[in-house]
Design a protein around this ligand. Structure first.
Ligand SMILES: Cc1ncc(COP(=O)(O)O)c(C=O)c1O
Length: 421
């Protein structure tokens, strides 16, 4: 950003230029108020949570892993901020700071380690394109990586001659760790895993992988598109180098929100593939671009402050519900689904059962119907919105269970699968 522009913006945000600029917003009103959780009647609490989502009741929505619905407090916040900013035609950049603190707290990181991006794919792409790697350098990740996690590396294989080494995800933490370790060579530079794999919901042992990578001097990147908002964790404790999150899945944020985390002491190892205003300073042209000393350097150009503030609102909503409580709810619903599906003839469950190896997603297939027919049948019979899984020819359906889902919906799904025969 040029000095003139920066000075203007600073003055404007202080009001010195006589421009009233929105830097703070009133707290969200009563929207999102929830009753106290009562152990004796938990379903009353969860019904109140469900009431906070405008998501139609005509659907039994089991596709949070694809796209998570936003709650009313989030939508209200986005509308309110959009309106306030549009009334003065401002970008509202000053609002990012508060949201950054909220997201840092949520992820167990520092605000300066957080960059707002459009989606997890963008965060993964910045790491793949930005790490200083040479032709022949090796990158390890799993065959079940989502295109948002694998394509950025496939592109770098083409452009920079990197070598990709893939492993099939296993059902246990120990086996996953072994498979990664077996692929490491003197040319390995990066290990990436999906924190929770998209096709079958395997939870990867990220703490152990982080330790392994530290011992071997490897960059460890986590694609957390499926984990952020599904269960709580602390990036500080995990000890990865970088992390990508989707705002519009389990976190319940507005569409086109995401977060890139880069550990503070690793910031300079990633050359930003895209830079522009807010990435740093360049007083005169020609001149040297001095990158911002924080992850903000990856936030080139104008952003939607309303979406970013909406993402922070989504986090606050989850904190009001209780993050551990949300994680336990997802697990309990999936355990109920597993218990219902496991005895059914023709049903094969692909998601590991170990408590540490899976969480709030379960993938299954049916011997009688291929995945597209099974998907259509469940939609037609009861508006059960699952996610077809075509990856790696798995021929299956994935069920995501989140805070707005209920045991009754799970029981309905089990009955519908039973009726397939
Ligand atoms: C593991 C994983 N990574 C990346 C993505 C892409 O996410 P986004 O749409 O936020 O880029 C997905 C989406 O399903 C995913 O499951």
């Amino acid at each position: 950003m040029s000095l003139d522009r920066r000075t203007f913006l600073r003055q404007a945000s202080l009001g010195a230029a006589g421009v009233a600029v929105v830097t703070q917003l009133p707290a969200a009103e009563a929207a999102g108020a929830l009753p106290a959780f009562d152990d004796r009647e938990p379903e009353a609490f969860w019904r109140a949570v469900r009431d906070q989502f405008p998501l139609t009741r005509q659907l039994k929505y089991f596709n949070t892993g694809g796209l998570g619905p936003a709650s009313s407090p989030v939508l209200a916040k986005v509308a309110e901020v959009t309106r306030q900013l549009q009334e003065r035609s401002e970008h509202g950049h000053a609002l990012h700071a508060g949201a950054r603190e909220v997201l840092a707290r949520f992820l167990g990181a520092e605000p300066g380690e957080i960059a707002f991006v459009r989606n997890a794919t963008e965060a993964n792409g910045i790491i793949a394109a930005g790490l200083r790697l040479a032709p022949g350098d090796e990158v390890i990740f799993e065959t079940h990586a989502h295109p948002g996690g694998s394509f950025p590396w496939a592109q770098q294989e083409t452009v920079r001659g990197l070598k990709l080494k893939l492993f099939d995800p296993a059902d246990t933490a120990a086996a996953n760790l072994d498979r990664i370790a077996a692929l490491i060579t003197p040319r390995t530079r990066v290990v990436q895993v999906s924190h929770v794999t998209a096709p079958t919901g395997v939870v990867m042992p990220v703490d152990a992988i982080a330790r392994l990578c530290r011992e071997r001097g490897l960059w460890f990147h986590i694609d957390g598109a499926q984990s952020a908002g599904m269960f709580p964790f602390s990036l500080r404790e995990i000890g990865c180098d970088s992390f990508a999150a989707s705002g519009h899945k389990w976190m319940g944020g507005p569409l086109e929100t995401g977060v890139l985390h880069i550990r503070r002491d690793r910031l300079n190892d990633v050359a930003p593939p895209l830079v522009g205003a807010y990435s740093g300073d360049l007083d005169f042209l020609p001149g040297e671009l001095r990158l911002a000393p924080t992850a903000i350097r990856h936030e080139y150009g104008t952003r939607s402050a309303a979406a970013i503030v909406g993402l922070a609102e989504a986090v606050k909503f989850q904190e009001r519900v209780g993050r551990e409580r949300i994680a336990a709810r997802g697990r309990a619903l999936i355990a109920r689904l597993r218990a219902g599906l496991a005895p059914l003839p023709g049903v094969e469950i692909l998601t590991p059962a170990g408590a540490a190896d899976s969480a709030a997603m379960l993938t299954f297939r049916h011997a009688k119907l291929g995945y597209t027919d099974l998907f259509s049948r469940l939609m037609k019979d009861g508006a059960f919105r699952c996610r077809p899984v075509s990856e790696q020819k798995l021929n299956a359906l994935r069920v995501s269970a989140h805070l707005f889902n209920s045991p009754a919906e799970i029981d309905g799904l089990v009955a519908a699968v039973r009726a397939v025969g």
